[in-house]
Design a protein around this ligand. Structure first.
Ligand code: NAD
Length: 490
């Protein structure tokens, strides 16, 4: 199969992408159904790669790396190939967006106008490091010559989640390829199609076949085989803290190798009484409800000064009640579905447990009464740090609402026992903002806004159990190269 998409009837690929082409598993291979969360209907099925298939993909990537000399060619040639790939991603935005929307929670219009363009932009951003970042001469005593050389790792094993499949693939593939590596990537079994098509486009762009191999399958079988494969030189993972822990264990058991882990979050958005309350309401809303709260940096804990709490809670409830579910393939973007019925039950379970523990529903708290897996935007008050809705990552359209009297109390509430991905602060007091950004235990702090900009130079990644290492920024490029210290006696 060469092209995957037929605009009249979406023809979805059903095989792995290895060595620059789709390869079908034999009929006896285990299969995984791919389901549209907007309708609950099965849209396709994919094979679940076993250790032999993973081995095939890894060995093919290694051979492609050697054959093409990708890590050692003129850096400018890597840069040019990545720019061409970004061009093709932009030109095929429509197809990519449909492949995304058919099985994920991303509305097609948002994927087309947002995720695809930003991903192309980020690939260009990383391409530019290829011929600009290098080693360093270092000061050493006379009679010696010392420098730090750097080199690609070789074959990177990447694993991505279902929540922003195109973006997550770009975050892994862009820096790894720019830095001279090959990648074997395993997208989420729930949302495999856009990653496959991105790999197909990379070959059309002149990136040597085999430098991006896509293996399909689940975490326990395919993911475990990939992270434990001796031919993988580095692991780059984005997903839950639970799976991140399992990967660390597997790597410790099968042979030590470097890894970056981008994991879960439970990020606070703290609003002081001097904040612009309308701006805060808008940012808090946008900090949790896009993609129905299914994004790692979601501001799922609202922490609000008591003086303005009632007013802000009322403004939020009013905004939340306006959301209407929409099929992800509808041209006008609406409220996103929850990725699966299993995840919807988990969300509802945490909401019920939160109520049992004393939580008070300020709005929402039920699934929408419609086709597909949709959950109402939900706000829960009267909770403390032991409440399940405050403690656990929910990964749905559910936020808790806590109040504080003093700055110290606000910071105590903001600090989470487990996670440290992001934090938001809303205040007009610049001194307070600067003081508190130092205190917050998080990999990113936003002040008087909530959410990423298109400044791809800012790395993203968590403190504490939210992760190890960074995606985006110069750090992500550097994380795909390893250094070698050289000292020569002259
Ligand atoms: P998940 O951990 O269930 O799955 C993520 C990926 O890991 C999938 O491809 C899955 O098949 C694979 N996987 C699962 N178990 C594995 C194992 N033992 N070994 C190897 N691979 C395994 O997560 P999800 O439900 O797909 O995504 C949601 C999670 O991802 C949330 O916790 C969210 O916070 C996190 N996330 C983090 C970031 C970030 O940048 N920090 C970004 C997006 C999502």
């Amino acid at each position: 199969m060469s092209s995957v998409f037929n605009p009249v009837k979406i023809k979805l690929p059903s095989g792995h992408f290895i060595g620059g082409r789709y390869v079908e598993a034999d009929a006896s291979a285990a299969k995984i159904e791919v389901i549209s969360p907007s309708t609950g209907q099965t849209v396709g099925s994919i094979p679940c790669a076993d250790a032999a298939w993973v081995d095939h993909a890894v060995c093919d990537a290694r051979a492609a790396l050697v054959r093409s000399g990708w890590g050692g060619i003129a850096p400018r040639d890597r840069l040019k190939a990545l720019h061409k790939w970004a061009d093709l991603i932009e030109e095929n935005a429509e197809t990519l967006a449909l492949l995304e929307a058919v099985c994920s929670s991303r509305p097609v219009a948002d994927a087309r106008a947002g995720d695809v363009c930003v991903t192309a932009e980020q690939i260009r951003f990383f391409a530019e490091f290829a011929d600009k970042e290098g080693g360093n001469l270092v000061p050493v005593a006379d009679g010696h010559f010392g420098y730090i050389a750097d080199a690609p790792y070789g074959v990177v094993g990447a694993i991505t989640p279902w929540n922003f499949p195109i973006s997550m693939a770009g975050w892994k593939l862009g820096p790894a390829l720019a830095a001279g590596n090959a990648v074997v990537i395993k997208p989420s079994e729930m949302t495999p199609y856009s990653t496959l098509y991105m790999a197909e486009l990379s070959v059309q762009a002149g990136i040597p076949a085999g430098l991006i191999n896509v293996v399909l399958g689940d975490g326990p079988v395919t993911g475990t085989a990939l992270t434990g494969h001796p031919g993988i030189d580095k692991v780059s993972f984005t997903g839950s803290t639970r799976a991140g822990g399992a990967i660390m264990e597997n790597i410790a058991r099968t042979g030590i190798k470097p890894m970056t882990l981008e994991l879960g979050g439970k990020s606070p958005m703290v609003v002081f009484a001097d904040a612009d309350i309308d701006l805060a309401a808008e940012c808090l809303d946008r900090g949790i409800m896009p993609n129905a709260g299914q994004f790692c940096v979601a501001g799922s804990r609202m922490i609000v000064a008591r003086e303005i709490a009632d007013e802000l809670a009322a403004k939020l409830a009013e905004r939340f009640k306006r959301y209407r579910p929409a099929n992800t393939l509808a041209e006008k973007a609406g409220f996103s579905p929850i990725i699966s019925e299993k995840q919807l039950s988990r969300i509802d379970g945490i909401v019920r447990a939160s109520i049992d523990a004393g939580g008070h529903i300020l709005c929402g708290g039920e699934r929408f009464d419609c086709e597909g897996s949709y959950y109402q935007p939900t706000l829960i008050g009267a909770v403390d740090e032991n409440n399940p809705a405050v403690r656990d990552e929910i990964f749905g359209p559910v936020a808790t609402f806590q109040t504080f009297e003093t700055e110290e109390e606000a910071m105590e509430l903001a600090c989470h026992a487990t996670y440290g991905l992001c934090a938001g602060l809303f205040t007009r007091d610049l001194s307070r903002a600067l003081r508190l950004t130092r205190q917050l235990e998080a990999g990113t702090v936003w002040v008087n806004r909530y959410g990423r900009s298109r400044d791809h130079i800012l790395p993203t990644g968590g403190w504490k159990a939210s992760g190890i290492g960074k995606d985006l920024g110069q750090e992500a490029y550097r994380a795909n190269r390893r250094t070698k210290s050289v000292l020569i006696d002259l």
